[in-house]
Design a protein around this ligand. Sequence first.
Ligand SMILES: Cc1ncc(COP(=O)(O)O)c(C=O)c1O
Length: 394
Amino acid sequence: MRPLNDWDSWVSSRLDRLSNRGLMRRIRPADRTGPRTVWSEGRDLVNFSSNDYLGLSQHPAVLAGAQRDLGKGAGATASRLMVGTDFDYQALENAVAFFKGTEAALVFGSGYLANIGAIPALVGRDDSVFSDRLNHASIVDGIRLSGARVYRYRHNDTQDLERMLREAGGGGRRLIVTETLFGMDGDLAPLTTIVELKNRYGAALMIDEAHAVGVLGPQGRGVAHLLGVDGDVDVQMGTFSKAFGSYGGYVATKSQWAQLILNSARSFVYTTALPPAVVGGVGAALEVAMAADYLRDRLNELSGMFRDGLAEMGLGSPDSVAQILPVVLGDPAKVLDAGRRLEELGVLAVPVRPPTVPQGGARLRFSVCATHTEQDVAGALDALKTVLSGAGAP
Ligand SMILES: Cc1ncc(COP(=O)(O)O)c(C=O)c1O
């Protein structure tokens, strides 16, 4: 039998390795002090790291929805298949299906759980999944759990996707999966071409609208609706944890597909349902989000201002079209250092390093929210200029 300190030395060597490569993560203490600021390590910081894109996590109607349903109990007490479904849960699923224009919707405990449950419910060992190389970890994990053969096409490269669809041959079913607004790059998937390919090669298409829902498209319905291809998408997945300011995930699809997912997605069947207060908050957030063109306009305006400011500095990505604005510096140590110095200047833009982004792609990821002010954006741009010119060095 191996002695326990073998384990201890393995753990500490793993940690040393992460630390030496500038890849160690830690959870920072950070108290929210308002819709756009956090108090962390002795400083008030303007938060450009949050995904609360519309500021709904603090919206009075959303808080009231959560408070109302808190009276039903602190927890859901079991899986929905064990204790049944509360009326509000069903109302939320009907509302999501209406919002997405699908026959049915199924609510999961989180977006992560939706992806790792829905993908293995739809494909298995004899099937093939075609996945954008920059897809989120929850998609990657869902594919792994399915056991399907995976073809990872170059990011947003529909020629590469088509080549793979052609070369994959005819055995089994085929599923294409892509994010629509990419969470770390802020660019859009070429969904119209992907839909053409899906139809040409007899594949199904699942999209992850985690960062787009609430933000893009009419009433915030997402990129598929923006481009008018939603009718050709088989599964629209999304989360309530970003623009809806709350928690939970969903898939919207045809009734029978939802029925199959309900029966076989392990992350639906074998986990406790969302607490009533979360369901109440999400239901209210959906209503607010659909009517919130003024917040989307504001977000768009502030994101444009930030994007233009970055471009003037020769920074940012020309492909980033929405509220997610990456500044890629490449080296993890450099990004950590820049993040630290930005904090000294009152700005929080958390460094994102591999494996969240590809090797060589470490970056500061700025996410603009509708609750920011013009001064916040101007201040962040000034701080970034100072930091990157080296003048912010202590
Ligand atoms: C593209 C994408 N999909 C899925 C998820 C998971 O969503 P959730 O945070 O609700 O688990 C995220 C969130 O980090 C994401 O960025």
